[in-house]
Structure formats: structure tokens, C-alpha cells
Write a protein that binds this ligand. Structure first.
Ligand code: NAD
Length: 245
């Protein structure tokens, strides 16, 4: 489905992003992933190589536009094109507002929103020049109804939806599609870090009766990245076992 496409995936070192990298590679894409630091990128490269997935990793500071632009230029020169950008890097929060500092809030907005703005700003001229592309963002089901603690996280994901829908309109004339996937509760480190008292009651409310696997999400990204979704743009695709309803 992605034969000869070149894809960049941020937050590709573990969890959902790791599975997206693997799925895209197996679908025929040349994939470059970003991680937060050298150590985690090297660890991920080892894991990918054990699974026979041949990819490259970088670790620019996503909140720094100059660093992001330099890395994306380097990738563009090496591969000759960038067809797909997946903005998946993200962190969550679960503290009450009294225990959240404005710096915590700023940090989550930097990683979950500003980083997307930076990567998209850097790839857009390249995609325009090559006549099109696909930009995909990881949102969350909390972007639909909020969350009872950790206000920075749902706020950042509402912003991801706004950015997705707005850029879909701005970039459509250039054949650049912009969509997001809104995962429900997915079996990754991010969820493992949450206390059982938080997770168990949540699972009971999921109509499909289970939490999602990273592959469930990677398959949705694969569809949206492929030409099968050629008339889909500005969409926030919920993949959550109907947990949002
Ligand atoms: P994870 O913690 O397993 O992975 C997060 C990824 O983001 C890692 O690759 C990490 O390197 C990267 N990252 C974190 N901080 C970074 C930074 N400062 N700079 C660069 N990269 C950074 O989490 P996950 O569950 O795989 O989450 C991936 C995405 O899915 C996030 O955007 C998250 O908000 C979203 N999401 C997850 C769930 C879930 O239940 N797991 C649900 C909804 C949405």
C-alpha cells in the first residue's frame, strides 16, 4: 500500500509509533523515525533490526524549529522526497490543576502541539514542490470530551484537531491531505504508567470490551497514508472501540 513512499514518523521509538514504523515498512515504505534522544533511538534501531525492519532514526529537538528543519532537509536530500509525515510523539498528564505548574502546561503544549507545527512547517514547502503529500497527526479520544485531570493533555489534543482540520483546508489545493487518528486506550508504556484504579473502570466502559493494541492504531494510519484514502482529508478518525460514546 505504500510502495516506494518515503515516510517520517515522530515518536517512533516505542508504543504506537514503533508499530506505525513497522507497519509502514512492511507496506513498502522507506521509513525514518524520530525519537527524543540518542539512547532511545539506538535501542529502537536494535529492536527494529531484530524484526528485520530496516529504518533510520534521528533525534532532533521537536520544539526547536531550526533543528527540525535541518533534519528534514537532510532526509529530503537523502531520499529525494517526503511523501508522508506522521506526527505521533506525545506525552500525557494526569495531575489536578493545583498540582500542575504553568511550566508543566507549557511543556505538554510544546511536545504535543508546537512540535507538530514545526515538522509540518518544515515539510510543507517540500510537499508543495513535489505536488502533494500526506500529513497525519496522533490525537486522542480525550479530544472529544476532555479528561477529569491533567488538563494540559486534552487541551493539547483539542489543539491537534484544530490544527488538523485547519491545515486540511489550507493545504488541500496543493494535494496535501491532513488527517488525525484519535486512539482510545491503547496498550503502551503511556497507559502502563497509569494507576490500575484509573484504567480498570475505563475498560469496563469500552463497548468492544478491551483496550486497543498499537497495531489497531497503526492500521488506521496505514489506511489514511495510502491512496485508498485519497478523498479523505480534515478527518479525526476515532479508533477506540466506541469508548468515546
Ligand atoms: P509512548 O510513551 O509509548 O511513546 C511516546 C513516543 O513519543 C516515544 O517514541 C517518545 O520518544 C516520543 N516522545 C516523548 N516525548 C518526546 C519529546 N520530548 N521529544 C521527542 N519525542 C518524544 O506513548 P504512546 O502511547 O505510544 O503514544 C503515542 C501517541 O499516541 C501520543 O501522541 C499519545 O498522546 C497518543 N495516544 C496514546 C494513547 C494510549 O492509550 N497509549 C491514547 C490516545 C493517544
Amino acid at each position: 500500500m505504500l510502495k516506494d513512499k518515503v515516510a517520517i514518523v515522530t515518536g517512533g521509538t516505542r508504543g504506537i509509533g514503533f508499530e506505525i514504523v513497522k507497519t509502514f515498512y512492511e507496506a513498502g515504505a522507506k521509513v525514518v523515525f524520530f525519537g527524543s534522544k540518542e539512547e532511545s533511538v539506538l535501542k529502537a534501531l536494535e529492536k527494529f533490526s531484530k524484526e528485520n525492519v530496516k529504518v533510520k532514526g534521528y533525534y532532533p529537538n521537536l520544539a526547536n524549529y531550526e533543528e527540525v528543519e535541518k533534519t528534514i532537509q537532510e532526509i529530503s536530500q537523502e531520499y529525494g522526497q517526503i511523501d508522508i509525515l506522521v506526527n505521533n510523539a506525545g506525552i500525557s498528564a494526569d495531575r489536578k490543576i493545583e498540582e500542575t505548574t504553568s511550566l508543566d502546561f507549557q511543556n505538554i503544549m510544546d511536545i504535543n502541539v508546537l512540535s507538530m507545527f514545526n515538522t509540518i512547517k518544515a515539510v510543507t514547502p517540500l510537499m508543495k514542490e513535489q505536488g502533494g503529500g500526506v500529513i497525519l497527526n496522533t490525537s486522542s479520544m480525550v479530544s472529544i470530551y476532555g479528561q477529569a485531570a491533567g488538563v494540559g493533555y486534552p487541551t493539547s489534543k483539542f489543539a491537534v484537531n484544530g490544527l488538523t482540520k485547519s491545515l486540511a483546508r489550507e493545504l488541500a489545493p496543493y494535494h496535501i491531505r491532513v488527517n488525525a487518528v484519535a486512539p482510545g486506550i491503547i496498550n503502551t508504556d503511556m497507559v502502563a504508567a497509569l494507576p490500575k484504579e484509573v484504567i480498570q473502570p475505563l475498560i469496563k466502559t469500552i463497548p468492544l470490551g478491551r483496550i486497543g493494541e498499537p497495531k489497531d492504531i497503526a492500521n488506521a494510519f496505514l489506511f489514511l497514508a495510502s491512496d485508498m484514502a485519497s478523498y479523505v482529508t480534515g478527518e479525526i478518525l476515532s479508533v477506540d472501540g466506541a469508548a468515546r460514546s
